[in-house]
Design a protein around this ligand. Structure first.
Ligand SMILES: Nc1ncnc2c1ncn2[C@@H]1O[C@H](COP(=O)(O)OP(=O)(O)OP(=O)(O)O)[C@@H](O)[C@H]1O
Ligand SMILES: [Mg+2]
Length: 598
């Protein structure tokens, strides 16, 4: 595990109940999983058949008898052919099992990954506020990968190991009960060794994860703080600290290896000592004619088959435990409620197009319901009107906008679009009518075209050009190497603030929305760009209802009505001239704006 945010204490013993919750993912492939299990059982049968054939050979043609040598060779040949078939069958099964189980595992993993990613896109924004993106990325990648261990081989292989131990023990008793009882006498020793090993190995593994998490956290921080560190010439100190952490990680790993080699050697020792006893007791039984030589050899082979599954079970336990912890974390995310919650009944849809009316009625909202950010906000925007919202930073302007397209839900009151509560709208229909231009102007990795039509291939290029033309972005896009196909990297960092804003306008407009919800970016831009943006905005607002958070004087002036928001309440409302005449908050704000050197 390489996750610095990981809480190691979460690790619990393997809990089979979780497997049940994974069932929906496994269910579609249950036949393939059954086939895998069947193959394992078959291969166990073949494994047991080999020594049986050996015994038949030893007790049959190889034993001195009155039969002709030719005849005995013939029999031996048949047995040899049988062995060949068993081997060929075993190899084929092994190949098929390996392929099918990997295939199964990967398909389940693919589904889990898809479900997890889809879920992360659909949960409440507040969930993302609480969980760093890096941590969630680890969930979708590393934890899902761990789950693969569980699905692809872990569970089936462990079932097989148990089955093999049971099968071999049964076979041993079948051949000779007293001798089998004697070998069982060594079992308690092996069990005690396994239990001791499990506890120690678990502790050692946890230490590895802890050290690794520390080292990773330090690495991330050192890289992030690289500039500061270099500017102060602290490379040597950082390197030394890294060296220490690195050594700790290595030592922790070596400790687990130590545990494993001790465990393996002890199991081997116990089994070997038992075989010495077997030689004595078995040999005596052969001399007393209670056991044939062939049976003795068969017994010996079977006993040797016990070592592998015992070791594997010991080894698998840790892998399984890590996988179970990952499963738990994945299931935890999948249990996170969706936002908005899936509607109980079909939402409001309408074929009506054209500007829509917006109404806020006594809206109260807080990210933390105890501390409201908006308090009883009420206002109306008539269809086709443009209303500007102004106010100091942190007043709640962005928050207010997020309620219109239902990125968040009100705590009290209601937001209505065309008289219908947004919570009663079909979400797709609502968002098709309302386009949002957000403050942080996010551009995705891809091309300019991708960014304007947001990866929606139904939107034709000429429509993209049309809107780029309207907002006045066509000129600079044409000048880009590749035009619409020009690459966008680093969240659009290679574009200027104004260009990004124009692209965001175009992005909102290509969907031909009826309502535009616009959060102006705060950064000040030069006067030429300002004029260009103003033209773009006028074009964008034509024939639409708009709720605009305005940071620029020109935008505010041209609005039909202005709302002044302070500490989450509307303190003034009216048009530019009215508010100026009132000589209150708005007039004060305006004076400070005009003092800015734009
Ligand atoms: N995701 C969030 N979780 C918790 N609190 C938030 C979150 N987003 C904003 N806030 C808080 O809500 C308040 C209003 O924030 P908002 O972003 O609406 O301000 P704003 O008026 O848009 O400011 P600006 O002019 O700087 O954009 C602030 O006190 C802010 O700290
Ligand atoms: Mg804001």
């Amino acid at each position: 595990m390489t996750d610095p945010y990981l809480d190691d204490a979460q690790e619990r013993p393997v809990n089979l109940r979780h497997l049940r919750r994974l069932w929906p993912f496994v269910r579609p492939y249950r036949r393939a999983f059954m086939a895998c299990l069947l193959m394992l059982v078959l291969s166990l049968g073949l494994d047991l058949l080999g020594p049986k054939l050996m015994r038949l050979a030893i007790d049959g043609p190889m034993r001195p008898s009155s039969l002709l040598v030719g005849e005995r060779l013939w029999q031996l040949g048949w047995l040899g052919a049988g062995m060949l078939l068993v081997t060929a069958g075993g190899t084929t099964l092994g190949y098929l099992y390996g392929t099918l189980s990997a295939w199964n595992g990967q398909r389940v993993i693919r589904d889990v990954r898809a479900a997890l990613f889809a879920h992360l896109l659909a949960v409440s924004p507040s969930f993302h506020d609480r969980n760093p993106a890096g941590k969630l990325t680890t969930r979708v990648t590393a934890d899902v990968e761990n789950l693969n261990e569980l699905i692809a081989t872990g569970v089936l292989q462990s079932v097989f190991d148990l089955l093999k131990i049971a099968g071999v023990l049964t076979a041993l008793f079948w051949i000779n009960a007293p001798l089998a009882l004697f070998t069982l006498a060594s079992t308690p020793i092996v069990v005690v060794i396994s239990l001791l090993f499990r506890r120690n190995a678990q502790r050692a593994y946890r230490a590895v994860r802890g050290k690794l998490a520390l080292q990773n956290a330090y690495t991330a921080e050192a890289i992030g703080g690289m500039r500061a560190m270099r500017a102060f010439g602290r490379e040597a100190a950082v390197l030394a600290r890294y060296g220490e952490l690195n050594r700790d990680t290595t030592n922790a790993w070596l400790a687990t290896v130590l545990h494993f080699s001790v465990f393996f050697s002890l199991v081997d020792l116990a089994l070997r000592v038992t075989t010495i006893g077997m030689l004595w007791f078995g040999g005596k039984a052969v001399l007393a004619d209670e056991l044939s030589v062939g049976q003795f050899v068969q017994f010996w082979f079977y006993f040797a088959m016990l070592s592998a599954p015992i070791k594997e079970l010991g080894e698998k336990y840790n892998v399984l435990q890590a996988a179970f912890a990952s499963t738990e974390r994945i299931l935890q995310i999948l249990a996170e409620p969706l936002f908005p919650p899936p509607a109980a009944r079909p939402g409001h849809r309408t074929s009506a197009r054209g500007a829509a009316a917006i109404a806020f009625a006594d809206v109260t909202f807080g990210y933390d319901p105890q501390r409201p950010v908006l308090r009883q906000v009420s206002f109306d925007v008539a269809a086709g009107q443009t209303v500007a919202v102004v106010g100091p930073t942190g007043a709640g302007k962005t928050t207010l906008l997020s309620l219109v397209s239902r990125l968040r839900d009100v705590d009290a009151g209601a937001v209505r679009l065309d008289g219908v509560d947004v919570r009663d709208w079909d979400l797709q229909a609502l968002r098709a009518r309302v386009a949002v231009v957000s403050q942080d102007l996010f551009l995705f990795t891809g091309t300019v075209l991708d960014n304007v039509r947001l990866f929606d291939r139904h939107i034709q290029e000429d429509r993209v050009w049309h809107w780029l033309e309207v907002v006045g972005a066509a000129e600079f896009v044409r000048a880009l190497p590749g035009g619409l196909q020009a690459p966008v990297q680093e969240r659009g960092g290679t574009f200027s603030q104004g260009e990004r804003q124009l692209l965001s306008f175009a992005r909102a407009l290509v969907t031909e929305p009826d309502v535009l919800v616009l959060d102006e970016a705060t950064a000040s831009i030069d006067s030429r760009s300002e004029a260009r943006l103003q033209t773009a905005l006028r074009a964008a607002l034509r024939g639409r209802t708009a709720l605009v958070v305005a940071h620029r004087l020109s935008t505010v002036r041209s609005a039909d009505r202005i709302l002044v928001l302070e500490h989450g309440s509307i303190v003034e409302a009216g048009d530019h001239a009215q508010l100026l005449a009132q000589n209150g908050h708005y007039a004060r704000m305006l004076r400070s704006l005009q003092e800015q050197p734009t």
